[in-house]
Design a protein around this ligand. Structure first.
Ligand SMILES: *Cc1c(COP(=O)(O)O)cnc(C)c1O
Length: 309
């Protein structure tokens, strides 16, 4: 069997020093999973690893998944499929618009077959009947849910915890579907708290979603975890001038690019919480840079416009 994602990536852990961090008397390290692979980015690499191995084990030639038109997951899956010899099918939410945006153009270049479905049908993406229909339409593919989140995505994320070779008190991650957060919770070997920064607005079902993912694990998990809902900036992919400025300043000062959908909201939140006294003095915090920078180019215009107003 061809082994997929063979090496432990050991992405760098870099210390960040800002006035907020100094004032709070804490230490903050960024786990640079954005550097994990040039095309299969960040947490999507972690989440796809065991899914692709499972697909190979089941002798599937083709992987089918779901996403929006700017999806990091679709982008990463298309690249991974090309590298590890799977056909890929992307079920894309909404109408086709031409020319294709950079994300979908890349996916298509990788050989991914793109199929568009309207927003209403897309909501059924987890219904057994809907999936049966797709199966009869596209054949016996290996199905990966939206965002790459299922029980096979957890162990790949859990592995990154063991790459962190310093003791820490908190590990922070942005949250979309909750798969990455559940993976971190499941991988924690000692007493540290997992903080998840929700990028979607008012998604109260996220707690349930994460509990559900953890319930399917063989071992009972005792890790402390908390979702933080104050830093979604109006909702998924929403951004204001404050956040646009934060992204630009952050890259200029610290040479670390942040994406407008996920990692920027988390880091904005962490630094704000430093100012609000959330963290006790002396604590060590890890922030997971989940990558997703492929979408940044497409957002640059919007960011610049917000800044110049
Ligand atoms: C997909 C994605 C997330 C969200 O991960 P979930 O496991 O769905 O919560 C966070 N950050 C980036 C950069 C992503 O691409």
């Amino acid at each position: 069997m061809q082994y997929i994602f063979d090496q432990q990536p050991n992405t760098p852990l870099v210390q960040l020093e800002t006035p907020e961090i100094r004032q709070a008397g804490i230490r903050l390290f960024i786990k640079r999973d954005d550097q994990i692979h040039p095309l299969v980015s960040g947490n999507k690499w972690r989440k796809l690893k065991y899914n692709l191995q499972e697909a190979r084990k089941q002798n599937k030639k083709c992987i089918l998944s779901f996403g929006g038109a700017f999806s990091n997951h679709i982008y990463s899956l298309a690249a991974a499929g090309k590298i590890w010899n799977f056909e890929t099918i992307g079920i894309i939410r909404g109408e086709e618009t031409t020319p294709l945006n950079a994300t979908l153009a890349f996916a298509k270049d990788c050989g991914m077959q793109l199929h568009y479905i309207n927003r209403e049908s897309y909501r059924n993406k987890n219904d057994p009947e809907f999936l049966e229909n797709l199966k009869s339409q596209f054949g016996d593919c290996y199905f990966v849910p939206e965002g790459g989140t299922n029980s096979f995505s957890l162990p790949g994320v859990a592995e990154l915890v063991s790459e962190i070779d310093i003791p820490f008190d908190y590990i922070c991650t942005p949250v979309g579907t909750g798969g990455t957060m559940a993976g971190l919770i499941s991988g924690m070997q000692y007493n540290a708290t997992v903080l998840g920064f929700a990028s979607l607005k008012g998604e109260n079902y996220l707690e349930t979603e994460i509990q559900q993912l953890l319930k399917n694990l063989p071992d009972k998990i005792n890790t402390a975890w908390q979702l933080i809902h104050q830093y979604h900036f109006g909702g998924y992919a929403k951004i204001n001038r404050d956040l646009a400025l934060f992204i630009c300043n952050f890259e200029q000062k610290y040479q670390i690019p942040l994406d407008p959908v996920y990692t920027s909201k988390m880091l904005y939140g962490i630094l704000d919480m430093c100012c609000n006294g959330y963290f006790e003095k002396g604590k060590t915090i890890i922030a997971l840079h989940t990558g997703g920078l492929q979408g940044l180019a497409g957002m640059k215009n919007k960011i610049n416009k917000l800044i110049s107003t």
